[in-house]
Design a protein around this ligand. Structure first.
Ligand code: BGC
Length: 604
């Protein structure tokens, strides 16, 4: 009997085991067949395309200025970008309607290839008034919370889709070497490890399964060395060694590629005077061949005419941001190059395959239009709650003497100082509503002051520190940088930006400190600043970065409903001398000692 049972068990085990093997094979074939199906479709479509149609797919234009009516069809445009300039329409329905109309033009061409619609949604769908605006990446880096970054990216994808886009030019995975660079805040951290973790989370959040209408294609940018230029000059030259590139700069890209990132944008900078756009060794040999990136390499703004025309295509660029007069120059120039044999047909075919592959992965051939039901989710409470959580978790407490924080809700008089305390434009930085940012409150946002007022009826707002309220028990002084974005935000004589607080902001602090009022400083900035004297003088100091639309989240931590948990994403410099070198302050060089180490951050 026992023997029979044994045989029976063995038989059952065999059948079960065989079942599992079959099952796994089925999953494997199914997965393979999805990729194989896309490859088959790409090849079949490519075989039907003329050279003009192929070059068209490689072209990205704005929905205004670059094109005349009908150009989408006659120039076989592959992608449309929305950026600084005229809005696509009135409200989200208007935006969707505009992009739907352009999509219809593309679909009515001979081969009916759908368009990719891309946008600089770099901290939420920040080009749309009323969207949820997250803290800039530097603040997300401070949270050390990849799950939250993933959630923020998911929300950004929904709000981007709701306004008509299927592609975002985010995340920036730069490693800033020099805090003078005007784009430090677009990057998560000086740490490669933190940036890797956040890059992975961001790509996963944006792209999801890629094929439904709540996700978008992501772009890791700017490849490579954007934040490593000498003296922090945007688009400048970098001289870092290939060892440095491999060790510090490449890993976030490797992580993004592993996560299936759909696009990578080439960088404005040069490496030992060679434009990155034309750097075949880094684009083709390293990124595509060695790392195995099978998505689209896109130029940055006007990259074709700026960085060597067809040389950039030969280096491995697949799609060109053909803006500001580059459209015909690019299309005719590339056609000429192919006809003359200086650009191979193989290279063109590879570029177009990469573009079509992403369009199939996004399932655009079946679902080319945005979904109007998503519009109600723009700036929804649910989305804002996640952004508020990100604000709370991004705050880094640098000093808290005599337990001035958390603030006692019963305190008799609190004076709030500084224009940054009550201006959602100032608290959000560049790439918010407009390219260089705004100095106005915008729709749906709350300010820091709004949040504080929810906790106490005893708050007085003294915007420019008149000195009339030195009888206050506590002063909360909000100071920092004005909004800026690329080029305009570098710290040098031309831009006017400095590494220190303005004289006016120093005065705001001194007015209350000198009168003996317990003073808390909230610093709004896109990078660490040299604030050593102020740090010494005040009771508490919070680095709040660029929190975005949910400014009221700050009060929730100041009043102690939540604790501080943010950790410095950058080492904090002590003096201006720290910045004297090419990479100043380069805290990987142990000869410079930071005031606060990377990772520093107090809690209650
Ligand atoms: C920036 C990119 C951005 C692009 C499109 C460029 O100037 O460097 O980060 O994605 O413009 O607006």
């Amino acid at each position: 009997m026992a023997k029979r049972l044994n045989i029976l068990y063995r038989l059952m085990f065999l059948v079960f085991g065989f079942g599992i093997v079959l099952c796994c094979q089925k999953v494997e074939t199914k997965k393979l067949s999805h990729d194989a199906m896309i490859a088959y479709r790409v090849d079949s479509l490519l075989a039907l395309m003329t050279l003009e149609e192929k070059i068209g797919q490689m072209t990205q234009v704005r929905h205004f200025s670059d094109i005349q009516k009908g150009d989408i069809g006659t120039k076989y445009i592959g992608s449309v970008i929305h950026t600084n300039g005229p809005l696509p329409g009135e409200g989200a329905y208007g935006w969707q309607a505009k992009f739907t109309a352009l999509q219809k033009e593309a679909l009515s061409t001979r081969l009916g290839i759908p368009l990719l619609f891309g946008v600089d949604a770099v901290h939420g769908q920040n080009t749309f008034k009323g969207a949820t605006i997250f803290p800039h990446n530097i603040g997300l880096g401070a949270t050390r919370n990849p799950d939250l970054v993933q959630k923020a990216a998911q929300i950004t994808a929904i709000e981007a889709q709701a306004t008509g886009f299927n592609w975002v030019f985010s995340p920036c995975v730069a490693i800033p070497y020099n805090e003078k660079w005007g784009r430090v805040y677009e990057a998560f951290s000086e740490s490669t490890e933190v940036t890797q973790a956040m890059a992975k989370a961001s790509v996963r959040g944006h792209q999801g399964n890629l094929s439904d209408r709540t996700t978008v294609m992501a772009t890791a940018k700017h490849y490579i060395g954007d934040g490593a230029t000498d003296f922090g000059i945007e688009g400048g030259n970098t001289t870092v060694s290939s060892n440095e590139i491999n060790k510090r700069l490449l890993p976030p890209y490797q992580e993004a590629v592993k996560e299936g990132v759909g696009a990578i944008m080439a960088s404005f900078n040069t490496l030992n005077d060679m434009p990155l756009h034309a750097h075949k060794a880094l684009i083709t040999d390293t990124l595509k061949t060695k790392i195995g990136f099978d998505g689209i390499v896109l130029t940055d703004w006007k990259g074709y005419s700026k960085y060597g025309k067809n040389a950039i295509v030969n280096a491995g660029v697949d799609m060109v941001m053909a803006v500001d007069g580059d459209l015909d120059l690019f299309q005719n120039g590339l056609k000429n190059g192919v006809e003359k044999g200086s650009v191979s047909m193989d290279r063109i075919n590879d570029a177009v395959k990469r573009i079509l592959r992403q369009k199939y992965r996004l399932d655009l051939f079946n679902k080319p239009f945005p979904d109007t039901t998503l519009i109600q989710k723009i700036g929804s409470l649910d989305h804002r709650n996640t952004a508020r959580q990100a604000v709370r978790e991004s705050l880094v407490l640098l000093k808290n003497d005599n337990n001035v924080l958390p603030i006692d809700k019963q305190v008799k008089k609190i004076v709030v100082v500084g224009e940054h305390a009550h201006n959602s434009g100032l608290q959000s930085g560049g790439w918010t509503i407009s390219w260089q940012g705004d100095i106005e409150n915008y729709e749906g946002a709350t300010t820091i002051l709004d949040g504080l007022k929810r906790y106490s009826n005893n708050i007085i707002y003294d915007a420019d520190a008149t000195g009339n309220h030195v009888d206050a028990d506590i002063a909360i002084v909000v100071v920092g940088e004005k909004p800026y974005a690329e080029f305009f935000g570098d710290i040098n004589e031309n831009t006017g930006f400095k590494l220190t607080l303005s004289e006016a902001h120093k005065k705001y602090i001194n007015t209350y400190v000198n009168a003996g009022v317990r003073t808390v400083v909230i610093l709004i900035s896109g990078r660490p600043l040299v604030v050593t004297d102020q740090l010494r003088a005040v009771d508490a100091f919070v680095a709040a970065w660029l929190p975005g639309s949910e400014g009221d989240g700050i009060a929730e931590v100041l009043f102690g409903d939540y604790d501080f948990s943010g950790k410095l994403p950058h080492s904090w410099p002590e003096s201006l001398e720290d910045f004297s070198g090419r990479f100043g302050p380069n805290f990987w060089d142990n000869s410079i000692k930071p005031l606060f180490q990377f990772g520093y951050g107090l809690s209650y």
